[in-house]
Design a protein around this ligand. Sequence first.
Ligand code: BTN
Length: 324
Amino acid sequence: MSTAERILHILRNDPGAWVSGEELSRLLRVSRSAVWKHMGSLRKDDYGIESSPRKGYRLTRNSPWLLPAEIREGLETSALGREKIAYYRTTDSTNTRAKERAAAGAPEGTLVIAETQTGGRGRKGRVWFSPPGEGIYLSLVLRPRISPVEAPKITLIAGIAVAETLIEAFPGLDVHIKWPNDVLVGAGKIAGILTEISSDMDRVGYLVSGLGLNVNTRRFPPELEGIATSLYLETGRVLDRAPLVRSLLQRYETWYTAFLQEGPGPMLDRWKSLSRTLGTRIAVETPRGRRSGIARDLDRDGGLLLEDDEGRMHTIISGDVGTP
Ligand code: BTN
């Protein structure tokens, strides 16, 4: 923990209470002028810190930014977001940054997070709208001992983590997952997942799991209107993003660990219970053309089993689901 993080920890211990500069300097074993300098840098990060010559310091407001210290406060994971959190005010794409770090040996659980992305990437070369300070744009480095064909299941896990986080925070919301990776509230897309892997023939070397969630987004560009939604648009509330990130990481880790230890069964069942796709009539754009039919089930690898109008079953490994 950095000295600034330790200061925050002490100030949060008794919210609203004053802590003298002398006490802080004693607890942290730094000079009083060092305490004063750290207070200046915390204020630059938009923490509300009141100071009084006689009483000392107190915290009046948390930073609205997704700073590592904000995410770590009360985070109950053992790997995800534990080792390293790489925080960017702006970057082109957190997935690109995470891939660079993974290629350089970053450990499992490394988290890359940004306030805005200038080149946020979606599936199929699409752009992910990433307005500053409004959404959650993050990527995780994972190193599961699995074969490349199993990688799509990690996408399903990410979808479950997002959906459960939203359901827990807003039990009344109509949250579902559209195969393979869109999290919907009602008919609007609120989150997307982009999984990228580096592997040889039979082993994944590393996997980058990128996730974008529209939290306080007020307006979308015209091409996304009627397609995308945000928690702000659904609930009318401006939300603190750090608790959502913590919940996402915790749920992600729970399902990821269960998958690695027990196999895909429980995770696939959970995904099915959250699905908007299964049992409905759909059309899928696949690399081999368009197919339509009823989405019947998932196979053990997370592929979609589609029954066409002649009653034949097809396994769809990748594609875009729409209405026929
Ligand atoms: C999709 O639905 O097409 C996937 C969208 C994934 C967006 C996230 S935002 C964080 C991470 N960095 C990226 O460039 N993309 C993913």
